[in-house]
Ligand binder design. Structure first.
Ligand code: OXD
Ligand code: MN
Length: 599
């Protein structure tokens, strides 16, 4: 059996023969290497230096205007059997996919440097972590991978050590920015081969292969066969004044506030009382049952690739502090004194994201999906527990999306199977994180629609399978920070005040509050949410916690239709759950007086 190093070098040799670079650089992940890459990119114009007085170590990268977001329509999951890919993914036969993309890779690195980027997703000594190697011709990708992953010599040493052990096999990722022509762009995944090929895009989600491609699409497959979960979730630790710390994992679709929630600042009265927030991760969570039956989670990433617009002192002061130094900005605007700028910040833009003099007639100054890449260690709420090899125990799983109507502020699932239904039924308005129309409601089960690397029906069955004797599973909740009133304005203040909802969840986990039973789940009882100091009128709270039974009956019917798209692989248990809730709603509507009472 080949050693890890032999397997790695023979694959690198093969990829070099295909792409024919002028040089090959094996990345060690050192500061000197990073600094040299930055200097090289400043010279080539790939990076622009920002104001080093206000933003030391910060640089701006401008993408090609046609390459600013994930491209779901060009993203393929190539299982040998089409059916394994499911209705949630695009499929191409592996042979056809390799042939198509290899034709693009053929000679594409001529005259350029090929970088070999070994990385580890998760703490380097964690049994839950997994390694990969990305080959790329983009120094911007290398610099971002160094921030987003444990990249370089330590990762390579782990790959060499693990060799070809069954769980030690590294994920092979080949990337080239190519011509950045959307007509010659593919993001291909080969789960059975643990490999990824990405051509024609330099955008983060398409090009930083450790992130969405490895840590979600490939890892979700591995997780299924090895008995764990790879999820699109933040992980946050909340310490209450009693000294209890609860870790909460929360799934929201892209650009719905995961970064904000993971580093929220408690309301003033909570701060006075001693509440503390600890950030473990803002986007991806790998979790598996521990010997105690609880789910233990790690954040496989080492940095944040966050959405810039909207990040401001009101929404996320911790993020602002995090990105004040040593940050790569992508597609933001500039002020007159060369500071990064985006909509939501004070000040005035002078140069827009495309490098043109700012003119409001051209649209927003910063691209709506402009980003910052920064080490998570710079975050004021960063927790040392993020480095814990065994991970952190998860007390609650939260699902949520942008739902302007119908869905209450918070409810708790009745039990695990119901929680899986709640996650599977998630819906949200689309955002600028992917190309396409923004603001359209789409189902996004577990916020994994663009990221689940296999058939959703099998994925739901995998989730259900954790409900076993001896399991101490987290409680499951659903939240909606985005409910709007009749005036079209958000009813809930969100941001730091979301801690009030997390407090209710923790009290439910600890068995301190009763909640109110409804057919859709358990809601906070009157006065169970702490609202002191909040400017919220009674009717707004009533609206936030209302259960519109007739509206939910229609929603359950729509959920039923959506689940049908997973036939014949839809687990019977999930279908029964949908029927159970639908019937409970029908029953409630048959008793008008009772229905009125909770509406
Ligand atoms: C991301 C995304 O970049 O979800 O995290 O698109
Ligand atoms: Mn994401």
């Amino acid at each position: 059996m080949a050693s890890g190093l032999e397997a790695l070098t023979s694959w690198v040799t093969e990829m070099a023969a295909l792409t024919r670079p002028a040089h090959i650089h094996w990345c060690d992940g050192s500061d000197a290497e990073y600094n040299a890459l930055v200097q090289q990119m400043l010279q080539s114009g790939d990076l622009v230096e920002l104001n080093q007085q206000t933003h030391p170590g910060c640089y701006l990268h401008r993408s090609d205007p046609a390459d600013v977001a994930r491209v779901e329509h060009l993203t393929f999951v190539c299982h040998p059997q089409r059916e394994d890919t499911g209705p949630n993914n695009h499929w191409m036969a592996p042979d056809e996919a390799h042939a198509k993309i290899d034709a693009l890779f053929d000679g594409c690195m001529a005259g350029r440097t090929m970088y070999v980027v070994p990385y580890c997703m998760g703490p380097i000594d964690s049994p839950l972590a997994r390694c990969g190697v990305e080959i790329t011709d983009s120094p911007y990708v290398v610099a971002n991978m160094r921030i987003m992953t444990r990249m370089g010599a330590a990762a390579q040493a782990r790959i060499e050590r693990e060799g070809m052990l069954s769980n030690g096999t590294f994920v092979k990722g080949l990337h080239s920015t190519g011509e950045l022509d959307p007509e010659r762009r593919y993001i291909m995944h080969f789960p059975a081969e643990l490999s990824i090929k990405s051509y024609g895009s330099g955008y983060g989600g398409n090009a930083l292969l450790g992130k969405k491609c490895h840590a979600l699409r490939i890892a979700s497959n591995q997780a299924r066969s090895e008995g764990w979960l790879a999820e699109h979730m933040l992980i946050v630790g909340i310490e209450n004044p009693r000294g209890e710390t609860h870790y909460i994992a929360a799934a929201f679709p892209s650009a719905c506030g995961k970064t904000n929630l993971s580093m929220l600042i408690p309301p003033a009265s909570y701060l006075r009382d001693g509440w503390k927030v600890r950030t473990i991760g803002d986007d991806i969570c790998w979790m598996r049952p521990g010997p105690d039956g609880r789910l233990w989670a790690i954040n496989p990433e080492a940095g944040f690739f966050g959405v810039a617009p909207g990040t401001c002192s009101g929404s996320n002061p911790n993020a602002l502090e995090t990105i004040a130094r040593d940050t790569i900005y992508t597609n933001v605007a500039l002020t007159a004194d060369n500071q990064p700028w985006w909509e939501g910040l004070p000040g005035t833009p002078v140069i827009d994201w495309r490098g043109r003099p700012y003119d409001a007639a051209n649209g927003p100054a910063a691209h709506p999906n402009s980003r910052f890449t920064v080490s998570a260690r710079q975050c004021p709420t960063w927790s040392q527990e993020a480095e814990a090899a065994h991970g952190v125990p998860i007390s609650a799983i939260v699902f949520g999306g942008r739902r302007p109507s119908l869905v209450p502020l918070v409810f708790e699932a009745h039990h695990w199977s119901h929680g899986v239904l709640v996650g599977a039924s998630m819906g949200s308005e689309t955002t600028a994180a992917a190309t396409g129309t923004v603001g359209v409601m789409r189902r996004d089960s577990m916020a994994m629609k663009p990221f689940c690397g296999y058939h959703y029906g099998d994925y739901f069955a995998h989730w259900l399978s954790f409900d076993q004797a001896g399991a101490r599973l987290p409680k499951v909740f659903h939240v909606n920070w985005f409910r709007k009133g009749r005036d079209g304005k958000f009813l809930w203040p969100g941001f730091g005040d979301n801690l009030r909802v997390l407090e209710w969840m923790i009290d439910r986990v600890e068995g301190r509050l009763d909640g109110v039973e409804t057919p859709i789940g358990i809601l906070p009882g009157p006065a169970e949410l702490k609202l002191d100091g909040l400017d919220l009128e009674r009717h707004q709270l009533d609206e936030l916690l209302a259960v519109d039974h007739a509206g939910w009956q229609a929603e359950l019917a729509a959920i039923g239709e959506y689940l049908e798209t997973c036939m014949p692989r839809l687990p019977e248990r999930l279908r029964k759950e949908q029927q159970r809730v639908a019937e409970a709603l029908t029953e409630m509507l048959r008793q008008p007086r009772q229905a009125d009472a909770t509406t």
